[in-house]
Design a protein around this ligand. Structure first.
Ligand code: ADP
Length: 776
């Protein structure tokens, strides 16, 4: 609404309008002409008027009709109408004019002063109305402002009351308001100079900044998580939200530290579990986990492990190497405290470390100073325990982060310890399994038989050597009672010494054990342990046999030596006697005994010497071509000199015989031995024949007798050293058991072969094959 009043002058005659204008000119109003009722109505559609001066007589729509229409319209109903007329002066007209809503009815010609005065009243009224309207508007505005102010205040006090940070910013993003909580938390000044970079963690600044820029640009809501630095210098996680409003932004930041910590803990546990499960090198993985813990769940992390009953520090982690170096000074007292803490399997949680708590560590002056400087805040120590055994512990400590541990942190530490302990346990079990499988492999490789018999007498282990020694396989023994496997175990078992615990020394005993009809001499001992008894044994059958042979040899040789010595001694003593006169013939006989028995002694001593030299491989063999017929003849000739009466010794040699390649002296010795045996083991007498034959590239000597004979099972063994078929000499035939051994060794050295064909009671034939000379 414009402040200057307007008057609408309506007349179909321009001269009348002109006259009106002249009269109303001095008034403080704009004059608007309308030449008809229609034009007047049109004007009224767009403009407001202080009053309408309306001619009654107009062609078309007359003044009354026009007035009635004006009065029907809500917006124009109150506009005062003054009718002007030159003719309708009768009462009926006047009445009609008033009833049509006129405020006045003026007759032409007008009195200009009166007309002016009357219209002035309406102008004044208009102005008053305008004034009132203006005031109303002003009032309304003021009221609105008050209301707005109040609502702003309410809003702010609300904003100040909520625990979140609340702020507003202009469309440009420049912060215009921050609530009390913001100042309280950040401790930043109220001068409005701080920007978000001043309190958002540097590590989160880039992402937060980018998100904010993006929100500003697109005018879309912002959602971001970042850490805010609190007044005490520590950081906490917040969820920031900003919403665009009509004239800017309204934002909140909500503390999500607890949620973040929980997430962080879960993530840490998951990752730690993964790291711990990834390797069997638990020392390395524990150190890795300590690194993982800092700074995610702790400012310090220590892992301590028992080694031979003593707690040792495996890992200590902190972000700052200087502090780390300082903390090492505190290791001893800390380990003592941790050792105490690991006496139970419960975690030890100290929420606030004060002077009293520090005193509990019994630090010395210097250490106490370091501890104070490191300013630990909270700690939790959890034992690493699996299957009831405590291996060590994990300690988490907070310091510069300002975090205070609670029960949830203790639970997390326990969870971590569970994972770590399981990892250690697994690694140890694996190492144990490895050790066992190595031990099992070693058991398979050892030469001693090893047999494990459980508490019920059932065989649980039977190694390869046990199979080799006994000839009984693992499959035949495992799971079977030992009595079923070892014949006569009930009698044997008490003979084998068994140590009551590993490491206790016992002397193995040698016992005879029968396996599949074969008797073995087994030297064995055992060790008892919780699962049963382990027996270790070795086969001494050969040694035993040798031992027996040696014992027999001593007996035999002493007998063999004593007999001729006694004869020589007796004969010599008799010859020396002066009390009796010896018949020269007897004297000659006695001298003969001395000579032959000395010869026998010489033979025995010679055999021993030769055997010794053969053993030491110090008997040189010098082969040459020699005549077998001539050699055989010499042997038979000398044997005939001391032939028993009932024995006939024959020589059987073909007309022509090739030379033999041999050491003549040694071949002579072999044939002498064989002929002597043939005579010796024919106690009933009978023929002994030495034959020489031309074989297939070899010269074959055979010495046949019809004496005692040899069982087939002994055909090989008679060639062994000291082996005699009848060591007890039940038949009274002496010997050292060296003859055939010497024969075998000499023949072997001359690239020949020696064997026997014989049946007990039917006699024996010994064969010697030696290479024939090619030139023959
Ligand atoms: P010994 O000094 O006992 O004769 P040998 O080595 O010459 O030792 O012979 C070993 C064993 O072989 C003898 O003890 C004997 O039992 C047996 N033996 C050797 N030659 C004969 C044979 N011609 N007839 C029967 N048994 C024999």
């Amino acid at each position: 609404m414009s402040d200057r009043a307007k008057l609408l002058l309506v007349d179909d005659r321009p001269e009348n309008l002109l006259a009106l204008e002249a009269i109303l000119e001095p008034l403080d109003a704009d004059l608007v002409r309308a030449a008809s009722g229609e034009e007047a109505l049109r004007r009224l559609l767009h403009e407001e008027f202080a009053a309408i001066l309306l001619d009654v007589q107009m062609p078309g729509m007359d003044g009354f009709q026009t007035a009635e229409l004006i009065k029907q319209r809500e917006r124009t109903r109150h506009v005062p109408i003054l009718f002007l007329t030159a003719i309708s002066k009768d009462a009926e007209h006047v009445f009609r004019g008033y009833s049509a809503g006129a405020v006045d009815y003026l007759m032409k010609p007008f009195e200009p002063l009166i007309l002016r005065a009357k219209v002035a009243v309406f102008i004044e009224l208009w102005q008053k109305t305008v004034e009132i309207r203006r005031r109303d508007a002003l009032l309304a505005e003021q009221e609105l402002a008050t209301v707005e102010r109040e609502s702003e205040l309410r809003y702010r006090s609300l904003a100040d009351a909520v625990p979140q940070i609340v702020w507003t910013a202009g469309a440009d993003g420049v912060v215009s308001y921050r609530n009390e909580r913001w100042y309280e938390l950040t401790g930043l000044p109220r001068d409005g100079t701080s920007v978000w970079q001043d309190f958002v963690h540097p590590d989160d600044a880039a992402a937060t900044g980018a998100a904010w820029e993006e929100a500003l640009r697109t005018r879309t809501p912002l959602d971001a998580e970042y850490r805010i630095r609190l007044a005490d210098g520590t950081y906490r996680w917040f969820l920031g939200r900003a919403l665009p409003t009509a004239d800017g932004w309204v934002g909140t930041s909500t503390d999500i530290e607890d949620r973040k910590l929980a997430e962080e803990r879960q993530a840490f546990i998951a990752e730690a579990g993964w790291v711990l499960g990834s390797s069997l090198d638990y020392e390395q993985t524990l150190a890795d986990v300590a690194r993982l813990a800092v700074p995610r769940v702790a400012d310090w992390c220590a892992v301590d492990i028992f080694v031979d009953g003593r707690l040792q520090r495996l890992a200590l982690e902190h972000a700052d190497p200087v502090k780390l170096a300082l903390a090492r000074e505190l290791e001893e007292p800390m380990l003592s405290a941790v050792a105490v803490a690991t006496r139970t399997t419960e975690p030890v949680l100290v929420k606030e470390i004060g002077e009293r708590e520090l005193a509990a560590f019994r630090f010395d002056e210097n250490q106490l100073e370091i501890a104070r400087a490191l300013a630990p805040r909270s700690y939790v120590t959890v034992p690493l325990a699996a299957r009831g055994e405590v291996f060590g512990s994990v300690t988490l400590v907070t310091a510069e982060s300002g975090r205070v541990y609670g029960d949830e942190d203790a639970a997390i530490a326990q969870e971590l310890a569970r994972h770590a302990a399981a990892a250690i346990d697994n690694a140890r079990l694996y190492a144990e399994a490895e050790r066992r499988s190595r031990a099992a492999r070693a058991l398979e490789a050892v030469g001693d038989g090893v047999v494990l018999v459980d508490r019920n007498g059932v065989i649980r282990l039977w190694n390869t050597a046990a199979t080799t020694i006994t000839g009984v396989s693992e499959a035949e023994t495992l799971g079977r009672p030992i009595e079923d496997v070892i014949h006569g175990w009930a009698e044997i078992a008490p003979l084998i010494p068994v140590a009551s615990q590993p490491g206790q020394p016992v002397r193995a005993e040698t016992v005879p054990v029968e396996f599949g009809g074969r008797e073995l001499w087994i030297s064995g001992s055992g060790v008892g342990f919780e699962e049963g008894t382990v027996y270790a044994f070795r086969d001494l059958t050969e040694e035993k046999a040798l031992e027996e042979m040696k014992a027999d040899f001593v007996a035999t040789v002493s007998h063999e030596l004593r007999t001729p010595l006694a004869a020589i001694y007796g004969s010599a003593q008799t010859i020396r006697r002066t009390d009796i006169e010896l018949d020269p013939e007897i004297r000659e006989q006695l001298l003969g005994v001395i000579a032959s028995e000395s010869d026998r002694l010489g033979t025995i001593v010679n055999d021993l010497l030769v055997a010794g030299r053969l053993d030491a491989d110090r008997l040189p063999v010098t082969v040459e071509q020699c005549d077998p017929a001539e050699l055989a003849a010499t042997v038979v000739e000398s044997a005939r000199t001391h032939l028993p009466e009932n024995v006939v010794l024959d020589l059987d040699v073909p007309e022509r015989i090739p030379s033999v390649v041999a050491d003549p002296g040694q071949l002579h010795q072999v044939l002498v031995n064989l002929v002597d045996n043939a005579i010796k083991y024919s106690p009933e007498g009978g023929p002994v024949v030495l034959s020489v034959a031309n074989g297939d590239g070899a010269i074959r000597f055979s010495i046949a007798d019809t004496g005692l004979g040899i069982p087939a099972s002994e055909h090989r063994r008679i060639f062994e050293k000291f082996y005699r078929l009848d060591p007890a000499m039940t038949r009274g035939i002496g010997g050292t058991g060296l003859g055939l051994y010497i024969c075998r060794e000499l023949v072997r050295r001359m690239d020949g072969k020696i064997w026997v064909e014989s049946k007990p009671g039917e006699g024996s034939t010994f064969f010697v094959d030696l290479p024939a000379a090619h030139d023959a």
